[in-house]
Design a protein around this ligand. Structure first.
Ligand SMILES: [Zn+2]
Length: 62
């Protein structure tokens, strides 16, 4: 029988804290993927991929 230390008292609270610490991300307006902006962000929120595509689109229009 392996001698593994257990600490059930500290395991649950830490998992709960890590979940709440993560700020919810706003959904991308184009593909609904979680963007890099927080939900409190005002205006259009784009995920990195769509932001890159928008950049490519505007870059080619000039
Ligand atoms: Zn997107």
């Amino acid at each position: 029988m392996p001698d593994t230390p257990q600490s059930p008292a500290s395991a649950a609270p830490s998992a709960e804290r890590s979940r709440t610490a993560e700020e919810p991300r706003a959904a991308c307006v184009l593909c609904q993927e979680p963007s890099e902006y927080p939900e409190s962000h005002r205006g259009i929120t784009l995920c990195p991929r769509c932001a890159w595509l928008e950049g490519q689109r505007t870059a080619c229009s000039g």
